[in-house]
Design a binder for this molecule. Sequence first.
Ligand code: SF4
Length: 363
Amino acid sequence: MRDAVGHAPSQPDAALSEALLAWYDRHARALPWRVGPAERADGLLPDPYAVWLSEVMLQQTTVAAVKGYFHRFTARWPTVAALAEAPEAEVMAEWAGLGYYARARNLIACARTVAGKHGGRFPYTAAALRTLPGIGPYTAAAVAAIAFDEPAVVVDGNVERVMARLFGVETPLPAAKPALTALAARLTPARRPGDHAQAVMDLGATVCTPRRPACGICPLGASCVARARGTAEALPRKQPRPDKPIRHGHVYLARRRDGAWLVERRPDRGLLGGMLGWPGSDWSGAPDPDPPLAADWRRLPEDVRHTFTHFHLRLAVHVAEVADDATPRRGSFLPAADFRPQALPTVMRKAFHLALPALEAAP
Ligand code: SF4
């Protein structure tokens, strides 16, 4: 492989893969969903449900953030069949805070498809996994490789970074994606492909990190083009992204004197679909909508600030203490005993944390 996508390292691909596996055998991270290399060598196989659940949770999220969610999910729903039978609202509430809520809805749809159409067993090839709801090329390849040892090519941000550096790929992302995938395919061995996939992920997460990669302890260091050129930290190059627009909206937080909160389940489709939230506007910047009930509303001096993938959001927060017989035009009151702020998506929880002290301080 030459200048079109990068330079050939000094070792052949098979030697690089072997070096990586030997490093993984010594340094694999202990993760709650993982069967480590020693147990794997003893014949222990990973639970495909745990692999799938962790991979869905890990998209756009860190390992540290996912561990607690993974433990809670598997304690509550230990099998894909149990998750398939769970009420959707409970799964969404347990997912709250992880973000990207379409993933949670797809998680439920996928569990129900596996339970209903596949007898509770995950298909074991990447191609068959791709037919399940919410499983894209990355998750299909990761589950097929890690759970079933298919030599599927697993490419996430970590893998792209390692490949760009190892082979000195100067083309910026996203244009470089096909070339980086081809390079990752070259390194994927027929022997232990599941461990290989996890080894590249671990290397990217712990050694070949975005900033200050630890090239001195890297098992690929002797062959790495970027290390030799001193360009590691500059790779992978990225096309500059356009600035995110700022959107504006309003939320209304009403609390009854008996402690019940006025909440509203968001429509299934769209951002935060199916999640519990506060009644409010549609974030299009339209004028302040009618409040959800007649009350003495106060607008708080501070707005909620939150950033989604494609835009920043500023939400004006309105609060009111209302009588126990108040009748809302939209939403419904959730009794204090059933209200859990943790069941709200992060942006709605931010509004709650602004509103609560204002309501408590009210005369
Ligand atoms: Fe990454 Fe450095 Fe290893 Fe190259 S030598 S793969 S830049 S950690």
